[in-house]
Design a protein around this ligand. Structure first.
Ligand SMILES: C=C(O[C@@H]1C=C(C(=O)O)C=C[C@H]1O)C(=O)O
Length: 470
């Protein structure tokens, strides 16, 4: 394992112009580490259409998104920011969120998952990463689910106007969306040949019996002619990968097909993917390949390892778990995966180590973020057994994964929420918005072929390359 640095947590109220008419800007409350006094109001609104089209700003760092098949949440501005680091970065964020909620007054006229206070979050893959973890409560969130739509406004309590209780403010006119222009790609930590060699060396280590699976990732650097407009990426990702969860949180942007965990009304759900083939563009051939994938012993073994490890990690938090007998084939535009949807009844009765006070023993059990903390990193993105596999990948990849392959998603006031695995993604540099670091990885087992894994990693880079327009 990488060295375990000490943890730190900080909650900072922020003041950034939300660009909403009728909404006063937040004034910073000078009490870091204590919850600022926030007023959270959720209003029903008419169907706003495409959620991504509402996002007013270009900057990835100010834009929050969690959307799948037209439903989900978008947000902008920053009312509260919680930053954590170290091995307990996810659990500490969960605790800080519970603490922050204690300082919020909530008027919620809609009351469905995603209304009231919502924090978007993203966490580093590795405990040693300087990327740590972040939860942000945007100043404005617009959501849609099953035909209902809402807007949530977060303001400092003393700034809440008295007269607007029933009327949501007008949405701002979005700045025009701009394309990134030409894009050039360069190798990240390892060029293709060095990465193939690194994968071969990992296969040798698997042959010794030390580990059974290691997920090896590589990074590629994209440089764009113009500063990246995150909405350009989000439009393309939501259009091309509608069955994935398209996200942008604090500069991490992507469309992940893999759900780490959703918790909703006492039920936990997880989508495990492992076992992949590239699509050819010929539908008949792809169907034959899908059937082969479902019978491939190498892929089935890899998949089984991933499912078993997720079930092991989820079990202590659930009264019962349902695991389908066989995986299905998930068809995406670039690749097909073996997939298993696991569900569990979250056990609130037996005093599980929830860090979420409203869900303490006798309550509803651990929050979605506490579950994410328990499940990360899964075998699908780390390997098995986890400690040895993550130590090997950290050494072999020769890079910091940042927030790639870490939990990304959102949490609400009752602890329900959705956390994906931050795959098929890129990090827009906060210092240079013409620079995006893309990542992709593959599960390596004894029977893996390094060149085939390189082709698979390339296929997994496609969604972000297409989104950039290159
Ligand atoms: C690591 C990635 O994908 C993971 C690895 C997979 C595999 O090896 O078959 C499949 C899906 C994901 O769990 C990635 O997309 O970067």
């Amino acid at each position: 394992m990488p060295d375990s640095p000490s943890s730190s947590t900080g909650a900072t109220p922020r003041s950034r112009a939300a660009g909403l008419s009728g909404v006063p800007a937040l004034t910073p409350v000078p009490t870091p580490d204590t919850a600022p006094d926030l007023h959270v109001r959720t209003f029903p609104i008419p169907d706003p259409g495409d959620l991504v089209a509402l996002l007013p700003h270009r900057e990835a760092i100010r834009t929050f998104t969690w959307v799948r098949r037209g439903d989900g949440l978008v947000g902008w501005g920053e009312a509260l920011r919680i930053e954590t680091s170290g091995p307990e970065r996810i659990r500490e964020a969960d605790t800080a969120w519970a603490r922050a909620l204690a300082g919020m007054a909530v008027d919620d006229d809609v009351d469905v998952p995603g209304t009231g206070p919502v924090a978007f979050g993203s966490f580093a893959f590795s405990p040693a990463s300087p990327s740590g973890g972040v939860l942000v409560v945007p100043e404005v969130v617009v959501g849609r689910r099953d035909g209902r739509a809402w807007m949530t406004i977060v303001s400092a309590s003393e700034n809440t106007p008295d007269n607007d209780a029933a009327t949501p403010p007008t949405l701002p006119e979005p700045e025009p969306v701009t394309a990134p222009g030409s894009v050039t790609y360069t190798d990240g930590a390892l060029d293709a040949e060095d990465w193939v060699r690194a994968v071969a060396a990992v296969i040798d280590r698997i042959a010794t019996g030390e580990v059974s699976k290691v997920v090896m990732a590589r990074d590629v650097l994209a440089r764009t002619e113009h500063q990246v407009d995150v909405r350009h990426l989000l439009r393309r990702l939501t259009a091309g990968y509608e069955w994935c969860w398209t996200f942008s949180v604090d500069g991490l942007v992507g469309s992940t097909p893999e759900l780490l965990v959703r918790r909703e009304k006492g039920l936990a759900a997880s989508r495990v993917l492992a076992g992949t083939i590239r699509r050819t563009g010929d539908d008949a051939a792809d169907l034959r390949h899908a059937a082969e994938l479902a019978r491939s012993s190498k892929d089935l073994e890899e998949h089984e390892i991933a499912v078993a490890s997720l079930v092991r990690a989820l079990q202590p938090y659930c009264a019962s778990i349902n695991v389908p007998e066989a995986p299905f084939v998930l068809h995406l535009p670039n690749v097909m995966h073996l997939a298993t949807d696991i569900t569990g009844v979250v056990d609130g009765a037996f005093g599980h180590p929830s860090t979420f006070p409203s869900h303490s023993p006798g309550g509803l059990g651990p929050s979605s973020l506490a579950l994410a903390a328990a499940l990360h990193p899964t075998a699908a993105v780390g390997g098995t057994p986890t400690p040895a596999a993550t130590a090997i990948l950290a050494e072999a990849e020769t890079m910091d994964r940042g927030r790639y392959a870490g939990p990304v998603g959102w949490i609400g006031a009752d602890g329900d929420g959705e956390w994906g695995i931050g795959l098929r993604s890129g990090e827009v540099s906060p210092r240079d918005e013409s620079s995006v670091r893309l990542f992709a990885g593959c599960g390596i087992v004894a029977a893996s072929d390094p060149r085939a894994e390189l082709a698979e990693a390339d296929a997994k880079l496609e969604p972000m390359r297409e989104a950039l327009g290159g």
